[in-house]
Design a binder for this molecule. Sequence first.
Ligand code: HSE
Length: 436
Amino acid sequence: MKPVKVGLLGLGTVGGGTLKVLSRNAQEISRRAGCDIEVVIAAARDINKPRICDVEGIALTTNPQDVVEHPDVKVVVELIGGEDLARDLVMKAIANGKHVVTANKALIAKHGNEIFAEAQKNGVMVAFEAAVAGGIPIIKAIREGLAGNHVEWLAGIINGTGNFILTEMRDKGRDFADVLAEAQSLGYAEADPTFDVEGIDAAHKLTILASIAFGIPLQFEKVFTEGISNITQEDMSYAEQLGYRIKHLGLARKTAQGVELRVHPTLIPERRLIANVDGVMNAVLVNGDAVGPTLYYGAGAGAEPTASAVVADIVDVVRTLTSDPENRVPHLAFQANSLSDIPILPMGKVETAYYLRMQAEDKPGVLADVTRILGELGISIEALVQKEPSGDAQMATVIMLTHRVLEENMNEAIQKIEALSTITGNVMRIRMEHLS
Ligand code: HSE
């Protein structure tokens, strides 16, 4: 078979990594795909920029339309990121009958329903393994490897930058801003780093994982998202003293009432493997009814780890060119006409346990008031620690761990506790999951 010709949109970190991997492993990749893969054209903003990869023999252009309209290109690889331009280019490539491989999580999370419908109409594939957890083949694992299971829940550390920040703060006592700057210089952070820190990037990825796990349409706008910028060294240290680690988790759970979709800092028992995933590494824990818990771990960002997933998708697409296209794996794992409209639960209806930290006057009756409020709302306390006031301070730090309760009850309890004259400032709340 003649080589399959590929066009690249974007020659940045991941584009460069993709060219390097394609060239270094060309022979093995060709043996797997059934034919050679040849990148014939690449679009970049600045075609004269020094590159980490060899671009000899590749036509370089600043006009991305040249790629999606190239008559010989069978597969367009979109690595420019962002939403609007990427969406237009991908839709045009599909309309031109080209298969698409993308690493763009925002694109899939927000426009995937429309893109997949168009792809189905035009009989082309859209592959997006690199959009979630970089080099970890998590899409393939859930979509194909776990296809026999009813997936009950999944939980993931799916933003490397955020995990790097939390790890450095915990291990080295480093400052939040300082660690973020390092993640940016290492090329892990998003163009807008608030996407990492505020959980938007993780919410994009969770949207995709939940759709594939539960067979529901992509619904990014319904994900509850809370970032890590309020997490203090103090909370990390109290959590540790109680046997927990704080991780920024994406969680999706199917309950009888609907689907929970949430990204927030979470206390996890330190003995869980996922609690020990540190630095920029990612991990996704998937619980299937047949298989039980399964854990997928690896690099979630970076040039070659992400390229590993991009190239695997190119190979998948090329393989289908020689096989029966009717037998393709559906984009969202379930057949497009059998997605379920099970509701996504509002955050108030989500049930979870909590870590609470508050500043209380150090005098009789204060704790009794707090526990009365919790008790009246059906909130049961699992552990309670009071730290002695230091020096002349009259305020003591109180830390509580609760059993599981509806978020709307906890909201009411926190409001009432904060209104007590003996409590100063806001109550710090971090959700807690045992993941067992
Ligand atoms: N900014 C992302 C992260 C890159 O830190 O995980 C990979 O999606």
